[in-house]
Write a protein that binds this ligand. Structure first.
Ligand code: FMN
Length: 180
């Protein structure tokens, strides 16, 4: 009898935006849709932006942020898809420029060559988003096939509440998966 294929593996790249505190919601939603999840966080995001212990408990895997040492096995299987949520101004610009000086950025840069679908939920304030470099980065990444959610600024409404980030949008952007 042949073994059933394992569930597809999703990399969730987490950047250092305040909204990252809610990333557990994305991981739970992904698992609910049949993904196995491994989290790769930027070094800044590891410094208190989200509950790393809760994420490791939910995924059953250590969060990756630094490179493994050369003799160590790869901790995660290769990705079937990649989600970046939240994506910062900094990471979007460095990714578009081809900078790979963190594991998160190197993973994103490599995803193009791997040909896997990549979905991004930016969280970038209006003042930063107006920078021409950011607009050029979005255009370049879109041209590479990267799928972007609607802009989200995290700016509070008049009543002081923040709109829902809509974490599951990232998973919707990957549909249909596998493409067919
Ligand atoms: C509390 C806090 C919230 C932040 N929120 C955002 C944000 O929503 N979007 C953003 O682009 N940068 C935000 N930043 C700035 C980033 O953390 C900073 O640019 C950092 O270098 C990003 O690193 P990374 O892209 O490697 O994660 C925030 C910083 C702090 C201290």
């Amino acid at each position: 009898m042949t073994e059933p294929a394992p569930e597809p593996f999703l990399y969730v790249v987490v950047c250092a935006a305040g909204i990252a505190a809610g990333v557990d919601e994305l991981i739970a939603a992904a698992q609910g849709r049949g993904w196995r999840v491994g989290v790769i966080a930027t070094p800044v995001a590891m410094g208190g932006f989200f509950d790393t212990a809760a994420v490791e408990a939910r995924t059953g895997r250590s969060i990756r942020s630094a490179w493994r040492t050369p003799g160590d096995p790869r901790p995660f299987p290769p990705p079937d898809a990649v989600v970046v949520a939240p994506a910062t101004f900094n990471t979007v610009n460095k990714w578009a420029a081809g900078t790979a000086d963190t594991l998160a950025l190197a993973t994103l840069c490599e995803s193009y060559g791997l040909g896997v679908p990549v979905a991004v939920l930016p969280c970038v304030g209006g003042a930063l988003a107006a920078h021409p470099a950011y607009q050029e980065s979005l255009a370049r990444l879109r041209g590479m096939g990267v799928r972007f959610g609607e802009p989200y600024t995290a700016e509070p409404a008049a009543d002081g509440t923040r709109p829902d980030f809509g974490w599951a949008r990232a998973l919707d952007l990957l549909e249909p998966f596998p493409a067919g």
